[in-house]
Write a protein that binds this ligand. Sequence first.
Ligand SMILES: [Zn+2]
Ligand SMILES: [Zn+2]
Length: 252
Amino acid sequence: LTDLIADAERELARGAGGFLRNIVREPGVTCSVCATAVDGYPWCWSCRQARSTPGLADLVVPLTYAIQGTQSATVLRHYKDNPTLSVRAQHARIVNRLLYLGIMLHEQCIEQKVGRPVTLRLAVPSLRGRPGTHPFIATARTMRAVNDAPQLVPTAGADHDRTVSANQFALGPDVSLRGHHILILDDTWTTGANAQSAALTVRHAGAEAVSVVVVGRWLVPGFANNAEFIRRRLRGDYDPHLCPVTGGDCPR
Ligand SMILES: [Zn+2]
Ligand SMILES: [Zn+2]
């Protein structure tokens, strides 16, 4: 297992070495939920708006930033949208390695913080119609992070307007999740509406605790003081051992 982790680290460093960045966890500097840059506030605008909704995730853990217009964002777009299969596969491998290391190295940190072991992982499918299995679900299945069932499926009435609602997703099959700590996996967090909607769905199914791991927190350099945040705080190369739950050492 240690060898598998070391292999994944080497592969990630080789494929995405210089352009991925660890997330920053610092009150007043980044949102206490989604780790985007804030200007002295505890939450970003989206997370503050959503806060009044009961049933949101107990903990949100982005692994990296997807900085629009840079390679970190290209990976998360092109692993599913690039017209060339080999390009999709190359980017999907990076997404796969990030998620694998995030789970292997830090799922226990999530369990520690939330106070219960993770009992089931579910991947969030895209709300946009795609033929076949969604690339992110395929990636999560490849490493056996998720099973074939139950799974989250977009409902017929799912919209794309970034509202947080338990009606965006359903469970297939419609099982009880009573007593579970569900770990929801998603590729990208923009407003958080998709992952938080999925959190509400599993809560309605009885989940006791809900955590979210997203591969990339989307960051637009032109927005607010993001450019300065990126320049000043996102300098070092990605270190998979730096804890995305604490922003520093793993809790012990
Ligand atoms: Zn936020
Ligand atoms: Zn950790």
